[in-house]
Design a protein around this ligand. Structure first.
Ligand code: NAP
Ligand code: MG
Length: 403
C-alpha cells in the first residue's frame, strides 16, 4: 500500500512521562506505516523546556500560527516537586497557558462515545462539547480580607485621571472583598472562537451567564456574543441550520441534563472549570476526553484532555506492565490530520482519520480495552490489554477498516 502523502507539516509538540511513551507507539504502529508523516517537531518534554528556558514552547506556538494545525502530547506543569525532580532552573509556566496566550485561543473539550461505556445521564446520546473562556474573572482576582468596620469602594481611574466610584459596602465589622475583571477583546475572541467552532463542527452553540444578577459584568458577555453573532455569523448559522441559543446559567444546567447532547456549551471561566469536570465525569472517563484549542483566526491545536499519567510512567520505569488508554491521544492525532487534510484538500488523509477513530471505537466495542475502561464498561468479558497491545489491537482493526 502506498503511504498517504501530506503537503503542509503538522506542528508536533512532544511531551512527558507515560503520554510521551504512548506518543512514540502511536506514531510507529498507527501513523508511520500508513502516512508519509510530515511534521515540524518541537520537544516540549520538561528537560528540553528547561534547556531552552521554555523558548521551545513559544517557538511551537508561533509555528502553529504559521502552519495552522498542531498536535500536542500531554506535558508536565511544573510545581515545587517537579523543580526538584528535574533540577529545573525555574518553575516554568504551564505550556498550555503559554500556548493559549500566544494563540489567543479557546479550549473545546468533548467526550469520545463508545457503546458499553454508558453516560451516567441516561438520555445523553451525543457528545456535549464544553468551551471554557480561559481568561480573567475569579482566576485573575484581587482580594482583601477586611479586618473590621470601614467603607469599600470600586474605583476606576481613567488614563486622563478621571475617577469613577461605586460603593461596594459599608462594613460595620470584618468581612471579605474581591475584585475581578475581563476585557472586551478577550470576550470577543472567545465569542468568535465559539461561533467559528460551531460552524466548523455543525453543532448548535449554547451560551450562559448570570446577566439577570450581574447587569453590567455578565450582561456585557451576553451583549458581545449577540453583536458578534448578528454581524458576523448569523447568515452562516442559518445556511447550516444550526442555532445560537443564550440562556441563564441555571436554566442551562437544567436543560443540559435533560438534553440528548450534540451541542457546544460556551461557559465563562469559572462555570467552564466546574462544568467541564461534571460533564467529563458524567460521560465516564477523563481518558476518553479530547481537547482542541481554537484561535479566533482559525488556528487549531489538538490534544488529549488528560495529563501525563505520572503514576503509570513510574510503573513503566520500574519495568512493570502498564495499561494506559491511548485513545484520547490518538484522537488528538486524528483531529489534527483531518483538519490538515481539509485545509490542504487531501481526501485520503481525512478518510484515514475517520477510519482510525472508528478502529479505536470498534476495538473497545469488540471487548478489547485498557484496565480503566474495563472498570466502567458494561462489556461482560473484556480482554484487558497492556498499553502496547491495545495499540496493536487498534492497528489490526484499522487494517480491517482500510481494506
Ligand atoms: P493525569 O495524568 O490526567 O492522571 C490522573 C489519573 O487519571 C491517572 O493516575 C490515572 O488513574 C487516570 N488516567 C488519566 N489518563 C489516563 C489514561 N490515558 N489511561 C488510563 N488512566 C488515565 O493527571 P495527574 O496525574 O494529576 O497529572 C500528571 C501530570 O500531568 C502533571 O504533571 C500535570 O501537570 C500534567 N497535566 C498536563 C495536562 C496537559 O498537558 N494538558 C493536563 C493535566 C495535567 P490511575 O492512576 O488510577 O490509573
Ligand atoms: Mg478544574
Amino acid at each position: 500500500m502506498d503511504r498517504i502523502q501530506m503537503k503542509t507539516p503538522l506542528v508536533e509538540m512532544d511531551g512527558d512521562e507515560m503520554t510521551r511513551i504512548l506518543w512514540q507507539m502511536i506514531k510507529e504502529e498507527l501513523l508511520l506505516p500508513y502516512i508519509d508523516l510530515k511534521t515540524e517537531y518541537y520537544d516540549l518534554g520538561l528537560e528540553h523546556r528547561n534547556q531552552t528556558e521554555d523558548q521551545v514552547t513559544v517557538d511551537s506556538a508561533n509555528a502553529t500560527l504559521k502552519y495552522g494545525v498542531a498536535v500536542k502530547c500531554a506535558t508536565i506543569t511544573p510545581n515545587a516537586a517537579r523543580v526538584e525532580e528535574y533540577h529545573l532552573k525555574e518553575m516554568w509556566k504551564s505550556p498550555n497557558g503559554t500556548i493559549r496566550a500566544i494563540l489567543d485561543g479557546t479550549v473545546f473539550r468533548a467526550p469520545i462515545l463508545v457503546k458499553g461505556i454508558v453516560p451516567y445521564v441516561s438520555n445523553w446520546k451525543k457528545p456535549i462539547t464544553i468551551a471554557r473562556h480561559a481568561y480573567g474573572d475569579v482566576y485573575k482576582n484581587t482580594e482583601i480580607k477586611v479586618p473590621g468596620a470601614g467603607k469599600a469602594e470600586l474605583v476606576f481611574t481613567s488614563a486622563d485621571g478621571t475617577e469613577t466610584r461605586e460603593l461596594i459596602h459599608n462594613f460595620d465589622a470584618a468581612g471579605i472583598l474581591q475584585g475581578i475583571h475581563n476585557t472586551e477583546k478577550s470576550i470577543s475572541s472567545f465569542a468568535r472562537a465559539c461561533f467559528g467552532y460551531a460552524i466548523d463542527t455543525r453543532q448548535d452553540l449554547w451560551f450562559s451567564t448570570k446577566d439577570t444578577i450581574s447587569k453590567k459584568y455578565d450582561h456585557t458577555f451576553k451583549d458581545i456574543f449577540q453583536e458578534i453573532y448578528e454581524a458576523e455569523f448569523k447568515t452562516r448559522f442559518e445556511e447550516l441550520g444550526i442555532e445560537y441559543f443564550y440562556t441563564l446559567i441555571d436554566d442551562a444546567v437544567a436543560r443540559v441534563i435533560r438534553s440528548e447532547g450534540g451541542f457546544i456549551w460556551a461557559c465563562k471561566n469559572y462555570d467552564g472549570d466546574v462544568m467541564s469536570d461534571m460533564v467529563a465525569t458524567a460521560y465516564g472517563d477523563l481518558s476518553m476526553m479530547t481537547s482542541v484549542l481554537v484561535s479566533p483566526s482559525g488556528v487549531y491545536e489538538y490534544e488529549a484532555a488528560h495529563g501525563t499519567v505520572q503514576r503509570h510512567y513510574y510503573k513503566h520505569l520500574k519495568g512493570e506492565e502498564t495499561s494506559t488508554n491511548s485513545i484520547a491521544t490518538i484522537f488528538a492525532w486524528t483531529g489534527a490530520l483531518r483538519k490538515r487534510g481539509e485545509l490542504d484538500g487531501i481526501m485520503e488523509l481525512q478518510e484515514f482519520a475517520d477510519k482510525l477513530e472508528r478502529a479505536c471505537i470498534r476495538t473497545v466495542e469488540e471487548g478489547k480495552m485498557t484496565k480503566s475502561l474495563s472498570l466502567i464498561s458494561t462489556c461482560e468479558k473484556p480482554v484487558i490489554l497492556n498499553s502496547l497491545d491495545f495499540i496493536k489491537a487498534i492497528r489490526s482493526t484499522l487494517d480491517e477498516e482500510l481494506v
